[in-house]
Design a binder for this molecule. Structure first.
Ligand code: DGL
Length: 263
Protein backbone atom coordinates (compact mmCIF):
# COMPACT_ATOMS: atom_id res chain seq x y z
CA UNK A 1 0.00 0.00 0.00
CA UNK A 2 1.28 3.40 -0.88
CA UNK A 3 0.76 7.01 0.03
CA UNK A 4 0.06 9.26 -2.92
CA UNK A 5 1.23 12.85 -2.57
CA UNK A 6 -0.17 15.20 -5.16
CA UNK A 7 0.62 18.72 -6.32
CA UNK A 8 0.42 20.71 -9.53
CA UNK A 9 4.22 20.84 -9.57
CA UNK A 10 7.15 20.25 -7.26
CA UNK A 11 5.77 22.25 -4.29
CA UNK A 12 4.34 19.10 -2.70
CA UNK A 13 7.89 17.87 -2.14
CA UNK A 14 7.82 20.07 0.99
CA UNK A 15 5.12 17.73 2.33
CA UNK A 16 6.79 14.55 1.04
CA UNK A 17 9.95 15.50 2.95
CA UNK A 18 8.02 15.70 6.24
CA UNK A 19 5.86 12.64 5.57
CA UNK A 20 8.91 10.48 4.95
CA UNK A 21 10.20 11.25 8.43
CA UNK A 22 6.94 10.17 10.05
CA UNK A 23 6.11 7.25 7.79
CA UNK A 24 9.48 5.83 6.92
CA UNK A 25 8.10 2.34 6.24
CA UNK A 26 5.61 3.45 3.59
CA UNK A 27 5.99 3.64 -0.15
CA UNK A 28 5.37 7.11 -1.57
CA UNK A 29 4.11 7.99 -5.01
CA UNK A 30 4.62 11.63 -5.83
CA UNK A 31 2.33 12.90 -8.58
CA UNK A 32 2.87 16.31 -10.19
CA UNK A 33 0.26 17.51 -12.64
CA UNK A 34 2.87 19.57 -14.41
CA UNK A 35 0.98 19.37 -17.71
CA UNK A 36 -1.57 21.66 -16.04
CA UNK A 37 0.79 23.85 -13.95
CA UNK A 38 0.13 26.41 -12.58
CA UNK A 39 -3.23 25.56 -11.01
CA UNK A 40 -3.45 29.10 -9.63
CA UNK A 41 -4.36 30.49 -13.06
CA UNK A 42 -7.19 28.08 -13.90
CA UNK A 43 -10.92 28.81 -13.95
CA UNK A 44 -12.60 26.88 -11.12
CA UNK A 45 -15.12 24.81 -13.12
CA UNK A 46 -12.54 23.60 -15.64
CA UNK A 47 -9.97 22.75 -12.98
CA UNK A 48 -12.51 20.80 -10.96
CA UNK A 49 -13.56 18.70 -13.96
CA UNK A 50 -9.91 18.12 -14.82
CA UNK A 51 -9.00 17.04 -11.28
CA UNK A 52 -11.94 14.67 -10.80
CA UNK A 53 -11.02 12.83 -13.99
CA UNK A 54 -7.31 12.76 -13.16
CA UNK A 55 -7.93 11.33 -9.68
CA UNK A 56 -10.18 8.64 -11.14
CA UNK A 57 -7.21 7.45 -13.20
CA UNK A 58 -4.72 7.75 -10.32
CA UNK A 59 -6.90 5.79 -7.91
CA UNK A 60 -7.50 3.06 -10.44
CA UNK A 61 -3.81 2.77 -11.15
CA UNK A 62 -2.25 3.02 -7.69
CA UNK A 63 -5.01 2.08 -5.19
CA UNK A 64 -3.33 4.31 -2.59
CA UNK A 65 -3.86 3.80 1.12
CA UNK A 66 -4.22 7.55 1.46
CA UNK A 67 -4.07 10.57 -0.86
CA UNK A 68 -2.47 13.79 0.35
CA UNK A 69 -3.42 16.80 -1.76
CA UNK A 70 -0.27 18.83 -1.06
CA UNK A 71 -1.63 21.87 -2.83
CA UNK A 72 -3.80 24.63 -1.37
CA UNK A 73 -5.07 25.69 -4.80
CA UNK A 74 -6.32 22.17 -5.51
CA UNK A 75 -7.61 21.40 -2.00
CA UNK A 76 -9.62 24.59 -1.52
CA UNK A 77 -11.36 23.88 -4.82
CA UNK A 78 -11.78 20.14 -4.96
CA UNK A 79 -11.34 18.35 -1.62
CA UNK A 80 -15.09 18.07 -0.93
CA UNK A 81 -15.92 17.00 -4.48
CA UNK A 82 -13.11 14.43 -4.41
CA UNK A 83 -14.41 12.95 -1.15
CA UNK A 84 -17.96 12.80 -2.56
CA UNK A 85 -16.84 11.27 -5.86
CA UNK A 86 -14.43 8.72 -4.35
CA UNK A 87 -16.03 7.91 -0.96
CA UNK A 88 -13.87 4.81 -0.35
CA UNK A 89 -10.70 6.83 -0.56
CA UNK A 90 -9.09 8.78 2.30
CA UNK A 91 -8.01 12.29 1.34
CA UNK A 92 -5.91 14.71 3.36
CA UNK A 93 -6.19 18.30 2.15
CA UNK A 94 -3.94 21.32 2.53
CA UNK A 95 -5.74 24.56 3.28
CA UNK A 96 -4.50 28.00 4.40
CA UNK A 97 -3.44 27.97 8.08
CA UNK A 98 -5.79 30.81 9.00
CA UNK A 99 -6.86 29.37 12.36
CA UNK A 100 -3.34 29.03 13.83
CA UNK A 101 -2.41 32.43 12.45
CA UNK A 102 -5.44 34.05 14.10
CA UNK A 103 -4.56 32.34 17.39
CA UNK A 104 -0.94 33.47 17.27
CA UNK A 105 -1.05 37.05 16.02
CA UNK A 106 -0.34 39.77 18.55
CA UNK A 107 -0.79 42.76 16.26
CA UNK A 108 -4.07 41.47 14.81
CA UNK A 109 -2.72 41.89 11.28
CA UNK A 110 -2.27 38.62 9.38
CA UNK A 111 -1.43 38.14 5.71
CA UNK A 112 -2.20 35.03 3.67
CA UNK A 113 0.16 34.60 0.74
CA UNK A 114 -1.32 32.26 -1.88
CA UNK A 115 -2.02 31.74 -5.55
CA UNK A 116 -4.72 33.89 -7.20
CA UNK A 117 -6.90 30.75 -7.24
CA UNK A 118 -6.68 30.14 -3.46
CA UNK A 119 -7.32 33.81 -2.72
CA UNK A 120 -10.53 33.75 -4.79
CA UNK A 121 -11.95 30.60 -3.23
CA UNK A 122 -15.10 30.61 -1.12
CA UNK A 123 -13.35 27.95 1.02
CA UNK A 124 -10.68 30.49 1.99
CA UNK A 125 -13.29 33.18 2.77
CA UNK A 126 -15.18 30.68 4.93
CA UNK A 127 -12.02 29.88 6.91
CA UNK A 128 -11.62 33.59 7.62
CA UNK A 129 -15.20 34.09 8.78
CA UNK A 130 -15.02 30.93 10.88
CA UNK A 131 -11.68 31.47 12.61
CA UNK A 132 -10.39 34.98 12.15
CA UNK A 133 -13.14 37.43 12.92
CA UNK A 134 -11.03 39.09 15.61
CA UNK A 135 -8.17 40.00 13.31
CA UNK A 136 -7.67 41.60 9.96
CA UNK A 137 -6.75 39.11 7.25
CA UNK A 138 -5.06 40.47 4.17
CA UNK A 139 -5.30 38.05 1.23
CA UNK A 140 -2.36 38.40 -1.14
CA UNK A 141 -2.64 36.59 -4.47
CA UNK A 142 0.77 36.08 -6.05
CA UNK A 143 0.97 35.48 -9.76
CA UNK A 144 4.69 34.74 -9.87
CA UNK A 145 5.92 33.03 -6.69
CA UNK A 146 5.04 29.42 -7.54
CA UNK A 147 6.97 29.72 -10.81
CA UNK A 148 9.88 31.44 -9.04
CA UNK A 149 9.97 28.62 -6.48
CA UNK A 150 10.01 25.99 -9.24
CA UNK A 151 12.85 27.78 -11.02
CA UNK A 152 14.76 28.14 -7.76
CA UNK A 153 14.40 24.46 -6.94
CA UNK A 154 15.67 23.52 -10.36
CA UNK A 155 18.46 26.04 -10.76
CA UNK A 156 19.31 27.24 -7.24
CA UNK A 157 18.95 30.88 -8.29
CA UNK A 158 16.20 33.38 -7.75
CA UNK A 159 15.77 37.08 -8.46
CA UNK A 160 15.42 38.44 -4.92
CA UNK A 161 13.87 41.70 -6.14
CA UNK A 162 11.14 39.68 -7.85
CA UNK A 163 10.54 37.81 -4.58
CA UNK A 164 10.29 41.12 -2.73
CA UNK A 165 7.79 42.49 -5.28
CA UNK A 166 5.58 39.42 -4.70
CA UNK A 167 5.70 39.51 -0.89
CA UNK A 168 5.60 43.32 -0.41
CA UNK A 169 1.76 43.53 -0.28
CA UNK A 170 1.85 41.19 2.76
CA UNK A 171 3.44 43.90 4.89
CA UNK A 172 0.80 46.25 6.26
CA UNK A 173 1.20 49.07 8.78
CA UNK A 174 -1.97 50.39 10.30
CA UNK A 175 -2.56 52.64 13.29
CA UNK A 176 0.83 51.85 14.76
CA UNK A 177 0.44 48.07 14.24
CA UNK A 178 2.27 45.90 11.73
CA UNK A 179 1.61 42.54 10.13
CA UNK A 180 3.29 39.94 12.34
CA UNK A 181 2.28 36.69 10.59
CA UNK A 182 2.40 35.61 6.97
CA UNK A 183 0.70 32.31 6.15
CA UNK A 184 2.47 30.44 3.35
CA UNK A 185 -0.70 29.13 1.71
CA UNK A 186 0.97 27.45 -1.25
CA UNK A 187 3.18 24.40 -0.86
CA UNK A 188 5.76 25.88 -3.22
CA UNK A 189 6.53 28.82 -0.97
CA UNK A 190 8.43 27.14 1.90
CA UNK A 191 11.23 26.50 -0.58
CA UNK A 192 11.71 30.26 -0.84
CA UNK A 193 11.18 31.15 2.80
CA UNK A 194 14.81 32.01 3.49
CA UNK A 195 14.81 34.48 0.60
CA UNK A 196 11.50 35.90 1.79
CA UNK A 197 12.93 36.32 5.29
CA UNK A 198 15.95 38.09 3.85
CA UNK A 199 13.91 40.49 1.72
CA UNK A 200 11.11 41.18 4.23
CA UNK A 201 10.76 44.82 5.34
CA UNK A 202 10.47 43.61 8.96
CA UNK A 203 10.57 40.23 10.72
CA UNK A 204 7.36 38.20 10.79
CA UNK A 205 6.43 34.57 11.56
CA UNK A 206 6.04 32.58 8.35
CA UNK A 207 3.55 29.76 8.86
CA UNK A 208 4.33 26.62 6.89
CA UNK A 209 1.85 23.73 7.14
CA UNK A 210 3.91 20.93 5.57
CA UNK A 211 4.69 19.20 8.85
CA UNK A 212 1.11 19.49 10.11
CA UNK A 213 -0.19 17.94 6.87
CA UNK A 214 2.26 15.06 7.19
CA UNK A 215 1.22 14.53 10.83
CA UNK A 216 -2.44 14.47 9.82
CA UNK A 217 -1.70 11.84 7.17
CA UNK A 218 0.24 9.74 9.70
CA UNK A 219 -2.62 9.94 12.20
CA UNK A 220 -5.04 8.54 9.62
CA UNK A 221 -2.94 5.49 8.96
CA UNK A 222 -3.96 2.85 11.43
CA UNK A 223 -1.05 1.98 13.69
CA UNK A 224 -1.55 -1.70 13.01
CA UNK A 225 -1.96 -1.37 9.23
CA UNK A 226 0.63 -3.58 7.59
CA UNK A 227 3.54 -1.64 6.18
CA UNK A 228 5.26 -2.89 3.06
CA UNK A 229 8.28 -3.87 5.12
CA UNK A 230 6.42 -6.76 6.67
CA UNK A 231 6.51 -9.39 3.97
CA UNK A 232 6.22 -7.27 0.83
CA UNK A 233 9.03 -6.49 -1.53
CA UNK A 234 10.20 -2.96 -0.83
CA UNK A 235 9.33 -0.89 -3.89
CA UNK A 236 11.02 2.37 -4.80
CA UNK A 237 9.27 5.66 -4.15
CA UNK A 238 8.02 6.86 -7.49
CA UNK A 239 7.61 10.25 -9.19
CA UNK A 240 4.91 10.52 -11.84
CA UNK A 241 4.73 13.68 -13.96
CA UNK A 242 1.64 14.16 -16.13
CA UNK A 243 3.62 15.91 -18.87
CA UNK A 244 5.89 12.89 -19.20
CA UNK A 245 9.39 12.22 -18.04
CA UNK A 246 10.85 15.48 -16.68
CA UNK A 247 14.08 16.95 -18.01
CA UNK A 248 17.51 16.22 -16.49
CA UNK A 249 17.50 19.10 -13.99
CA UNK A 250 14.13 18.16 -12.49
CA UNK A 251 15.11 14.49 -12.61
CA UNK A 252 18.19 15.25 -10.55
CA UNK A 253 16.11 17.16 -8.03
CA UNK A 254 13.65 14.27 -7.74
CA UNK A 255 16.43 11.77 -7.25
CA UNK A 256 17.70 14.02 -4.46
CA UNK A 257 14.30 13.52 -2.83
CA UNK A 258 14.76 9.77 -3.16
CA UNK A 259 12.27 9.33 -5.99
CA UNK A 260 12.59 7.03 -8.97
CA UNK A 261 11.21 8.65 -12.09
CA UNK A 262 8.56 6.94 -14.11
CA UNK A 263 9.37 6.57 -17.80
N1 DGL B 1 1.47 24.30 -4.84
C1 DGL B 1 0.22 24.91 -5.16
C2 DGL B 1 -0.48 25.36 -3.88
O1 DGL B 1 -0.18 24.88 -2.79
C3 DGL B 1 0.12 26.02 -6.16
C4 DGL B 1 0.93 26.15 -7.38
C5 DGL B 1 0.12 26.38 -8.65
O2 DGL B 1 -0.34 27.52 -8.93
O3 DGL B 1 -0.08 25.41 -9.35
O4 DGL B 1 -1.37 26.16 -3.91
Amino acid sequence: MSILIFDSGIGGLTVLREARVLLADRRFIYVADDAAFPYGDWEEAELLTHMLALFGRLIERFHPEIIVIACNTASTLAIEALRDTYPDQTFVGTVPAIKPAAERTRSGLVSVLATPGTVKRQYTRDLISQWATRCEVNLVGSTGLARLAEAYMRGGMVDEKAVLAEIAPCFVEEAGARTDIVVLACTHYPFLVNRMRKMAPWPVDWIDTSEAIARRAASLIAADAPSQMRGEVLLDDLAVFTAGRPGPVTAKLLRGFGLTIED
